[in-house]
Design a protein around this ligand. Sequence first.
Ligand code: NDP
Length: 248
Amino acid sequence: MIEFQGKVALVTGGTRGIGRACASILAECGARVAICGRTAETSQAAAAELAAATGGEVRGYGCDIASAEAVNAMVKAIEADLGPIAILVNNAGVTRDTLLMRMKDDDWNAVLNANLTGAFHCCRAVARGMLKERWGRIINISSIVGVRGQAGQANYAASKAGLIGFTKSLARELGSRGITVNAIAPGYIDTDMTAVLSDELKQAIVQQVPMGKVGAAQDIAAGVKYLASEGAAYVTGAVLHIDGGLAM
Ligand code: NDP
């Protein structure tokens, strides 16, 4: 499958979970893929595994996306190594769950800085190249929690709801230049992020899912592949729910 042949893709948080599945499907489809996690070692190790598994080109970069300087330096390095970025998947994210009355400033800031400000840093850094090419795909991984809210996740929900407004604003700003900007709102997906939930809570969530099961990282990657494709050229500002029906 050579759908993305020659196109350069950056997947933030591509070392594990959903981001890794997204990097894998893009590499399988011919893209030259860059992934980033917070450390260079982990990112390069994951990239080497992905390259071996897909037979594609995958490179790893250490970058904390909460830092604008670090993001700018990473994008410069990727452009020098692989070329201008055509597909950006803003996937990196963290949780620091606690109730409002116990939430420390640091819990709030850490989640907003990584999940929302990090996506802003990445979009700003790649937009110039996309505008020049008059082609680009930006896919922001939000969450159904950003649509519905979730007790104990005010910081996370605010970051994910913010991503949806950010997505729609950029879609309006960049649409006439051949750049689409969309969000995916995953439901409950089996990754390290959800592995920490108690069995009781997991069961309670699954009971609310019309499809009666948790999702896999590959379910989200399939949505990313679609939104990055030529077939989705007229789709922008959309929020694609991939959640087994949980949020309808
Ligand atoms: P994981 O915890 O499994 O992976 C998170 C990824 O983000 C890792 O690769 C991690 O890299 C990277 N990361 C975290 N913070 C930073 C940072 N500051 N800079 C760079 N990279 C960072 O999460 P999931 O795969 O489950 O989630 C991926 C995305 O999907 C997140 O945005 C999450 O909010 C969203 N989502 C997940 C759902 C789920 O049920 N799992 C549901 C809805 C949305 P490293 O540790 O190597 O630094």
